[in-house]
Write a protein that binds this ligand. Structure first.
Ligand SMILES: Nc1ncnc2c1ncn2[C@@H]1O[C@H](COP(=O)(O)OP(=O)(O)OP(=O)(O)O)[C@@H](O)[C@H]1O
Ligand SMILES: [Mg+2]
Length: 257
């Protein structure tokens, strides 16, 4: 199972990623997560005690050079677009609450777009990791859509767009869906987050009538409390946990069909 989580800034992408990773682990999956947001927060959200001490992959210049043939920051010259990455999860992941996390780190794109050695590594990690049965990969993405390039996410089973019940968040969902259609991503689902009432859910369904929603996650202030205390959001709110477990069952059913 490969999922990429996207949506407008601040709608709960990282929180949802942490929740679904832990729920997948509880459901018996071997779970890998890639924090592909340059402003990495997934380790902390999962409850890692000192996330700032973890070197992101893009900082491992020697490793990137060894695998791609070029040092990070290099653009324009020659480097391998399909570096060997099969051993990276085992050797570089941080295990937190049963989830093995790889922090990609910030890639300076400059004028080179996504054609740089660092990005080739991250792209290869998302697309080439061969997942066996009961292995899941979840990618927490940067807000917005520019990085939704073909190659990085066209290998995912589901693009999961998280949205709050707000007009601004819905507009971002629409833009992401258009881009996903442009790059022919077939499986796009929505997650409604911070749902405080049936009217919130109704607002999202009405605003996005042709989007399939994989679930609606209630608002619960204990999620924010957990974040401020440096604890993972799983276990903080029974209603949130139940909603996320339903999403896991939906994705699992879909894969076995
Ligand atoms: N269901 C929820 N109930 C209550 N608070 C929530 C819920 N989901 C997320 N939050 C809170 O909302 C804030 C933003 O969440 P989060 O960091 O996951 O968003 P994000 O989309 O990853 O943001 P960014 O775009 O900066 O990466 C956090 O303080 C989080 O605790
Ligand atoms: Mg985030």
């Amino acid at each position: 199972m490969k999922l990429a989580v996207t949506g407008k800034g601040g709608v709960g992408k990282t929180t949802f990623t942490a929740l679904i990773c832990m729920a997948l682990a509880r459901a018996g999956y071997d779970v890998f997560a890639i924090d592909a947001d340059p402003n990495a927060t997934l380790l902390g959200c999962l409850g890692h005690p000192a996330p700032e001490t973890v070197e992101p992959l893009v900082k491992l210049a020697d490793l990137i050079e060894e695998r791609t043939g070029a040092r990070p920051g290099h653009s324009g010259g020659m480097f391998r677009m399909n570096p060997f990455v099969d051993d990276i999860p085992a050797n570089y992941a941080q295990t937190v609450n049963g989830v093995r996390v790889l922090v990609a780190g910030a890639v300076k794109t400059g004028g080179s777009g996504c054609y740089c050695p660092e990005n080739a590594m991250v792209r290869a990690l998302v697309s080439h990791l061969l997942l066996e049965e009961k292995v899941a990969l979840v990618v927490d993405m940067e807000a917005g859509i520019e990085h939704l390039s073909r190659g990085t996410i066209d290998s995912v089973d589901q693009l999961v767009i998280v949205s709050e019940p707000s007009r601004a968040s819905v507009e971002t969902v629409k833009r992401i869906r258009r881009l996903a259609a442009d790059i022919r991503l077939p499986r796009v689902v929505g997650i409604g987050n911070c749902i405080r009432s049936p009217a919130d859910e109704q607002f999202l369904r009405a605003a996005l009538p042709d989007l399939e929603f994989a679930g609606f996650i209630p608002y619960d202030e204990r999620i924010g409390e957990a974040e401020r205390a440096g604890r993972s959001p799983a276990g903080a709110s029974p209603a949130v946990d139940e909603a996320v477990a339903r999403v896991v069952r939906l994705f699992a059913d879909r894969l076995t069909r």
